[in-house]
Ligand binder design. Structure first.
Ligand code: NAD
Length: 476
């Protein structure tokens, strides 16, 4: 199997560029591909194409739109070997996790395609004899920015929501992991998507967002990435009065009450922590464990961290691949050194593995003071923090003591504890007695510095539509 020859996709045509940037395999630092870099003229062509695409697509019957998107989702399933292969090559994750991502991407597309047929309006009775009809219409052309940790899934979220709602889209896919979006665009083209509805561009992120967001034609900005960049793009969008969907960072707390089996929860927690090398916005990071269970929980968690097999995602039996790039290695090392210098106990890992490929040890820190950087900065890597709590109140206060509010987890068999967690945890996604989080059917997103808007579920498509009320007097 080969890594694809990447191109921009503009107005239904694949386009090469003069300038390219190497795409690196994080497992061995070899060059696997060449990222085309869009110039302003390419972006302007993509805007023109998206205007034509919008005219055609917004007038296409929702059922027909849904059929094309569903067909593309099934093509992705047929091509799962090829797509998963390039995913593991560019992000390093174990092949099984890449296959799961592709299959989940297809599920999201199918769900959104169905929801696109149900973007109902309302008929509203009034006192004046007027007939009032509220319509939902496509918002227009969207500027989407997907990211590298889930090259297929974060691109699918934007593409399928925009297309299902009848919008056209310019997607800037990530520099490090461009192939996921490339395969999705190919599947949509092969499924019969009209030219210009989806336009795929790559290049220098700040140049692309700086050029696209101010354009009159762009009506929504949808971004997945760090809070810092999200804040910058939100300001830019606000200057030009554009709404945004921002899926930003997280720093998920896990409250483990005294009434659950600490061994079972520790094993589940450590397994989930190191998935995707911890580069997941919902990754469980701060484990707050009832005092009485703390040492049993910590022993099991540390044992699992030490036993986690790390290596090239193509090798059999690998549970964790490398980090995405060398910036992440430096970030992990700095967070561990800072925590240890402030008195945290390093129970497992803490160092880079070898000197080829961006591998880092599954790491556990215990009894970490609140002043350590890792308690407020998103690690976005394979580091877990284990701290004891003396009550649920204590756990809730510590869990909410964070600028982030994306995901949280609670483990308890008490209905009263569940009720209190549901009411008091300041997050957009709470999982009880499970580490499973968002599925295509449910709305996903954060509060506080974790962002704005929702992706998935019925609500996901609402961001991509506008509401228009029509007041109609039958006779004049
Ligand atoms: P980064 O903030 O430089 O980049 C993150 C993403 O934003 C990349 O895809 C990049 O292409 C894009 N980006 C950067 N500047 C941009 C701009 N001016 N306009 C448009 N897009 C821009 O960070 P990084 O070093 O790549 O990743 C580190 C941090 O990003 C992590 O600590 C994590 O918090 C965050 N992150 C979050 C998610 C998520 O799912 N919410 C995903 C990836 C990264």
């Amino acid at each position: 199997m080969d890594y694809p020859e990447l191109s921009l996709f503009i107005g239904g045509e694949w386009r090469k560029t003069a300038e390219t940037i190497p795409v690196i395999n994080p497992a061995d630092e070899t060059v696997v591909g060449a990222l085309p870099v869009a110039r302003t003229a390419d972006m302007d062509d993509a805007l023109d194409a998206a205007a034509i695409g919008l005219r055609v697509w917004s007038r296409t019957a929702p059922r027909e739109r849904s059929a094309i998107i569903t067909r593309a989702a099934r093509l992705m399933q047929d091509r799962i070997d090829q797509i998963a292969y390039s995913n593991t090559l560019e992000i390093g994750k174990p092949l099984g996790q890449s296959r799961y991502e592709v299959s989940r991407g297809g599920d999201i597309m199918e769900w959104d395609a169905g929801e696109g047929q149900r973007l109902y309006g309302r008929v509203i009775p009034g006192s004046t004899g007027l007939r009032n009809t509220m319509l939902r219409q496509p918002i227009g052309t969207v500027a989407g920015f997907s990211t590298w940790n889930f090259p297929v899934a974060t691109a699918v979220r934007k593409i399928s929501a925009a297309l299902s709602a009848g919008c056209s889209l310019l997607l800037k896919a990530p520099e490090e992991t461009p192939a996921g979006a490339f395969h999705i665009a190919k599947a949509l083209q092969d499924a019969g998507l009209p030219d210009g509805v989806l336009n795929l561009i790559y290049g220098k992120p700040a140049e692309i967002s700086g050029h696209l967001i101010p354009q009159e034609q762009i009506r929504l900005v949808a971004f997945t990435g760090s809070t810092e960049v999200g804040r910058h793009l939100t300001k830019l969008a606000a200057e030009h009065m554009k709404p945004v969907v921002m899926e930003l960072g997280g720093h998920a707390p896990v409250i483990v009450c005294g009434d659950v089996d600490p061994v079972k929860v520790a094993l589940l927690g450590a397994t989930r922590k190191y998935r995707n090398s911890g580069q997941v916005c919902t990754s469980p990071t701060r484990f707050y464990v009832a005092e009485g269970n703390f040492s049993t929980f910590a022993d099991e968690f540390v044992a699992k961290a030490k036993a986690t097999t790390v290596g090239n995602g193509f090798a059999e039996g690998i549970e964790m691949g490398p980090l995405a790039n060398d910036r992440r290695l430096d970030a992990m090392t700095a967070l561990v050194e800072d925590a240890v210098s402030q008195g945290a106990e390093l129970c497992a890992g803490g160092r880079r593995i070898g000197n080829k490929g961006y591998f880092f040890e599954p790491t556990v820190l215990a009894n970490v003071p609140d002043s350590a950087k890792i308690m407020t900065e998103e690690p976005f890597g394979p580091i877990a923090v284990l701290n004891p709590i003396n009550s649920l109140e204590d756990g809730l206060a510590k869990a909410n003591h964070s600028p982030f509010g994306l995901a949280a987890y609670g483990f308890t068999n008490s209905a009263a504890n569940v009720d209190q967690m549901m009411r008091e945890l300041e997050v957009g996604q709470l999982s009880i007695n499970t580490f499973d989080t968002s599925i295509p059917e449910t709305p996903f997103g954060g509060v506080k510095s974790s962002g704005y808007g929702r992706e998935g579920g019925e609500e996901g498509l609402h961001n991509y539509s506008i509401i228009k009320n029509v007041s109609y007097q039958p006779v004049i």
